[in-house]
Write a new protein. Structure first.
Length: 226
C-alpha cells in the first residue's frame, strides 16, 4: 500500500463510526460521552447530550456544505476520486481533529450551562436577571459551536484546487454529507469501507470515532421544545 493510501486509511479508520464492528468486537473501544450521573438538562434529550459531549456535527456545517464548501469527511471519502496528495490528506485530517476537539469542549460547556439554567429556574422566586444572563451565555456558546463547524468547511475548501472542488460529489441536503455525518458513498466511501476491513483483519484496535453526526434534527427538536 502506498504512503498516501496508508495515511488515508489511518484517518478514515480513526474518524469513521464503526457501530457494526464495535458490536461484533467487544474489545474495540467505542466513543462515549464522559461518564456522568446527572440527568439530561430539561431542554435537551439524552441523545442530544451524547452528541454534544462527543463532538458530533449535528448538521451545523450543512449550510456551508450545500453552498459548495465541503467538510473534511466529505473530502476524505472522495480522496481517491479527487486525487488528494499527502499534504492535503494530512491537513484535512488535522481539520477534522480540530473541529472535533472544539466541539467536545463547547458541547460540554453548553450542557453545563443548561444544567445551571435548570437550577436557576428551580429557585423560587426565579432570578430573572440570572436567567437572562444564562440564556445569553448558552446562545453565545451555541453560536461559537456553529461557527466552528462552518469555519471548518471554509478552511477545507481552501485546501482544494478549483479542479478538485469541481469534481466533488454534491452535498445531499438530506443525506448529511458533512464533516461529522453522513453515509459513505462513491469511490471514497468504498475505500473507507475497505480501509476499515483491512485494519480489522490486521488486528488493529485503535479505531475510536465520534463523528457520526446523527443529531441533524437537534435544532428542530430544540425549537419544538420552545
Amino acid at each position: 500500500m502506498s504512503t498516501r493510501k496508508r495515511l488515508l486509511a489511518a484517518l478514515l479508520c480513526a474518524t469513521l463510526t464503526l457501530p457494526a464492528v464495535a458490536a461484533a468486537d467487544k474489545t474495540m473501544p467505542s466513543e462515549e460521552a464522559p461518564a456522568t450521573t446527572d440527568p439530561a438538562p430539561k431542554s435537551l434529550s439524552e441523545k442530544e447530550v451524547q452528541q454534544l459531549l462527543t463532538g458530533r456535527g449535528m448538521g451545523m456545517g450543512r449550510p456551508a456544505a450545500v453552498q459548495g464548501y465541503p467538510g473534511p469527511m466529505h473530502v476524505l471519502r472522495q480522496a481517491e476520486a479527487l486525487d488528494l496528495d499527502n499534504d492535503q490528506i494530512a491537513r484535512t485530517g488535522a481539520l477534522r481533529q480540530r473541529v472535533q476537539s472544539a466541539s467536545r469542549d463547547l458541547g460540554a460547556r453548553i450542557v453545563e450551562a443548561e444544567h445551571e439554567l435548570d437550577r436557576i429556574l428551580g429557585q423560587a422566586p426565579v432570578d430573572r436577571e440570572q436567567m437572562h444572563a444564562k440564556l445569553d451565555q448558552i446562545a453565545d456558546l451555541r453560536a461559537e459551536l456553529r461557527a466552528a463547524h462552518l469555519e471548518t468547511h471554509l478552511d477545507q475548501a481552501e485546501l482544494l484546487t478549483e479542479s478538485q472542488r469541481s469534481r466533488l460529489e454534491p452535498h445531499s441536503p438530506r443525506g448529511g454529507q458533512h464533516h461529522g455525518e453522513g453515509r459513505q458513498q462513491g469511490e471514497g466511501g468504498k475505500m473507507a469501507q475497505g480501509s476499515q476491513r483491512q485494519a480489522m483483519q490486521g488486528g488493529k484496535r485503535e479505531c475510536n470515532c465520534s463523528c457520526g453526526g446523527s443529531g441533524k434534527r437537534q435544532n428542530r427538536n430544540s425549537e419544538s421544545r420552545n
